[in-house]
Design a protein around this ligand. Sequence first.
Ligand SMILES: Cc1cc2nc3c(=O)[nH]c(=O)nc-3n(C[C@H](O)[C@H](O)[C@H](O)COP(=O)(O)O)c2cc1C
Length: 322
Amino acid sequence: MCSAQPDSETMHAAIEMALRAPSVHNSQPWRWRIAGPTVELYADPDRHLAATDPQQRGLVLSCGAALHHCTVAMAMLGWQAAVDYLPKPDDPDHLATVRFTPRAASRTDFELSAAVLHRQSDRRRYSSWRVPSGYIRTLATRASAHGAVVRHVPAGLRPHLARPARAAVDQHAADRAYQRELAAWSGRHGTSDGVPAENSPLPDPGDEIPVRGFSEPALPDRTRHPDAAEWLVICTPADDRKSRVRAGEAISATLLTATDLGLSSCLQTEPLGLPELRDDIRTHVLYDCAYPQAMMRVGWVPTCAAPLPQTPRRPLAEVLDQ
Ligand SMILES: Cc1cc2nc3c(=O)[nH]c(=O)nc-3n(C[C@H](O)[C@H](O)[C@H](O)COP(=O)(O)O)c2cc1C
């Protein structure tokens, strides 16, 4: 049996990269602990967005995405991860304990790690350049390694995404708790969390599938043509907490692969926070075969689009328990 173990400096470096993971409203709802040769990941319920994400699905997905970012970074540093999910049944916030064995990094490990540094949520409209079907298949293959399915939504099914998305926008417009939370977590400048004003364009009510709006949108989106994004639904065969952690890993694998392929991407989850609208998507887009965990737009921003500012993150010291 091999007894080699990563040193704490290596694990610190990987956790630091994991902090670049996407999270709902950039809430970064995670805590980390290095325990001997293992890395432990905890959900941080103090950063739960109760009005936006009442079932904590987005919170757990965000942590799953960070877990995958961590294992990608460790793989690039020469350590293969073995994840023990929800290792303590009496502590549901302890989402994972990760152990490592040495393994030479592959080219994919380097490509995905580079994507960690470059991936960004791009909410602008995407151009009419087609996304090759082989790219969609590659995204689906990477997600399937984490027990999730990527459902590409063909044009004929898009009205079944558009209807609940529009209903969610309307319901949330009249929901004061949701609006208060949105105002507290977006439209920010110079903070270490939340969605900055510079990263959100003004949503266009004429878009075929409406997307979540944020406070004080200040990102120019000068594209005149309609959004030509491809829509994906990431779904899982079960809907328990472990399935959601794994769906978060699959979301991360899909986003990082998209970035590596040169695609822009952005998650969309607004209707999934409302149980009846989530059921609607489950029935009409997934034929009741699987549970929708997140929707994702992928495509190409026009070549003339300005670079996006990188969203902020809390420093490692704030999220690492000693
Ligand atoms: C579970 C989850 C749900 C999200 N839902 C949305 C959404 O509905 N709309 C949106 O524009 N971005 C959504 N995002 C993207 C986050 O807002 C984004 O990751 C965060 O602001 C950090 O920015 P970055 O992705 O550019 O690093 C979601 C991210 C996660 C992980």
